[in-house]
Design a binder for this molecule. Structure first.
Ligand SMILES: Cc1cc2nc3c(=O)[nH]c(=O)nc-3n(C[C@H](O)[C@H](O)[C@H](O)COP(=O)(O)OP(=O)(O)OC[C@H]3O[C@@H](n4cnc5c(N)ncnc54)[C@H](O)[C@@H]3O)c2cc1C
Length: 454
């Protein structure tokens, strides 16, 4: 019995690999290049559409712990990320082209996976996995909405601009990692320092800047939703929206200067814009945390006010897009299958997960569980003390009232036993140790291995 997977992004590609590795024939549908999402730029599987960083790689950080678990669980995409990684302090940043090339090569050369470049417009027959992401095509969105009977929730998301490296004025910008974390040489990030006067002038310019109106295709599939009522993706708010939240919201947010000593003054500046290497050649840098929906002409004018970027050349401007997800707590169980149909699974951002690594994790579990379903085995439900298990538990058990996509955070894990006498850093270390021990114990139970990898 073949497994149908719709969507060859982060979750769908990982799911296809996991199921195929367990002896299942997989038919993977990806609509690009026949039809685009509006944010993807290539036809590659597993394309990263915004930041090129998969977040922390440190074992005692929430996102880093998630990656360690994924390595232990044999994730294809994390192995491709490791193989295409770039210097980024304690973070796992990748050359986005090399990353997706690696995924595409592995998927297309797998004897059990057939890739079909076609848009799916109706719900697939089970066994199947839906992994069409935040930019699910409008026709397929309608099919999902008809099936769930509850409609989508909705919100909007934005991507950050990319700058040509040789247009950055290195007499002003300086290299440094925050608190020198992971620094091997002179620092991986380029930092553009602001004094107080320039910071406030910059914020004022953002407040007065002209924005791009949302396009009708981003709103028309949701009856009764209009563009002025936009709900933003929490972890990826546009810079101009953050600027509106308070005089210092930028300086305490994406322009946080702490730990970034300017070698010219020996002090932390008033605020900083950080740039992170975006490709292996090192000729492109993205503005960290600078997702935006400003008019391109306004981006050019205002971002050139950043000290060191007076002559910046833009490889890509920031943009804002639709971003959809379903009411998971009402609809799916911990195996990621629909409650009303145990052979139909859902994974990735559309299931209510935020962040690249979390979406990869959900694809991994959906692929494993779809294979187990076909083999007639019990699903894999990881302990809630693991970061992977905790995220899945959150999207399947939280209240619908304020439900928003969730990323890896330590707050999702059950508290440690005993009195809280540790520092935050010590606690995180203990959470991480407990997670890896519990994961090992879970995987080492003899029953779990039955038929797991062929
Ligand atoms: C503009 C934007 C910026 C983002 N920035 C970040 C970021 O910086 N960091 C971060 O961690 N997360 C970011 N996200 C969230 C990000 O999308 C996810 O972390 C990740 O890409 C989701 O993985 P996925 O597999 O669910 O979806 P995707 O990776 O988007 O994969 C879904 C795939 O399904 C295909 N597809 C859609 N509909 C159909 C159909 N009907 N038939 C066939 N194929 C179809 C699409 O072409 C796509 O390839 C961003 C999202 C958006 C929209």
């Amino acid at each position: 019995m073949a497994l149908t997977i719709v969507g060859g992004g982060l979750a769908g590609s990982e799911a296809a690999w996991q199921a195929a590795q367990r002896g299942i024939d997989v038919v993977l549908f990806e609509m690009r290049p026949q039809k685009t999402t509006g944010a993807h730029r290539t036809d590659r599987l597993g394309e990263l559409i915004c930041s090129n960083s998969l977040g922390s790689n440190l074992p005692d950080r929430a996102s880093g712990l998630l990656k360690h678990e994924l390595r232990r669980l044999g994730s294809l995409l994390i192995s491709c990320a490791d193989a295409s990684s770039l210097p980024a302090g304690g973070a796992l940043a990748v050359d986005r082209d090399k990353f997706s090339e690696c995924i595409e090569e592995k998927i297309t050369s797998h004897p059990r996976i057939r890739l079909i470049r076609e848009e799916m417009v109706r719900l697939p027959d089970p066994p199947a996995i839906i992994a069409t992401g935040p930019l699910t095509s409008p026709d397929f969105s309608k099919a999902i909405r008809t099936y769930t009977g509850e409609g989508h929730l909705y919100f909007y998301d934005a991507i950050a601009p990319i700058i040509e490296a040789d247009s950055i004025n290195m007499d002003i910008a300086y290299r440094a990692n925050r608190y020198n974390h992971g620094t091997t040489g002179e620092g991986d990030y380029l930092n553009c320092p602001f004094d107080e006067t320039r910071y406030y002038a910059f914020r004022q310019a953002l407040l007065e800047a002209k924005k791009i109106p949302l396009k009708s295709f981003e709103t028309d599939i949701y009856s009764g939703v209009d563009a002025g009522d936009a709900h933003y993706f929490r972890g990826c708010q546009p810079i101009e929206v953050i600027a509106e939240q308070g005089e210092k919201s930028l300086a305490f947010g994406p322009m946080r200067p702490v730990g970034l000593t300017d070698p010219k003054t020996g002090r932390w500046p008033f605020a900083v814009v950080q740039l992170r290497q975006d490709n292996l050649m090192g000729n492109l840098y993205n503005l960290v945390g600078f997702q935006t929906n400003l008019l391109f002409s306004e981006q050019q004018r205002i971002f050139r006010m950043i000290p060191g970027l007076e002559n910046a050349k833009f490889e890509r401007y920031g943009q804002m897009h639709r971003n959809s997800f379903i009411a998971s707590p009402n609809l799916i169980d911990e195996s990621l299958a629909f409650k009303k149909d145990p052979g139909l699974f859902i994974a990735g951002q559309i299931a209510g997960i935020e962040g690249y690594a979390g979406n990869i994790a959900s694809g991994l579990l959906a692929g494993i569980n779809a294979a187990r379903f076909i083999h007639g085995q019990m699903p894999m439900v990881l302990p809630v003390t693991t970061m992977t298990g905790a995220i899945i538990h959150y999207i399947t058990h939280s209240s619908m009232k304020d439900f928003q996509p969730m990323k890896a955070i330590f707050g999702l894990l059950p508290k440690l036993e005993g009195p809280e006498r540790h520092t935050k850093r010590e606690r995180y270390k203990l959470y991480a140790e407990r997670a890896m021990n519990d994961l090992d114990e879970y995987l080492n139970e003899p029953l779990r291995l039955t038929n797991d990898v062929t």
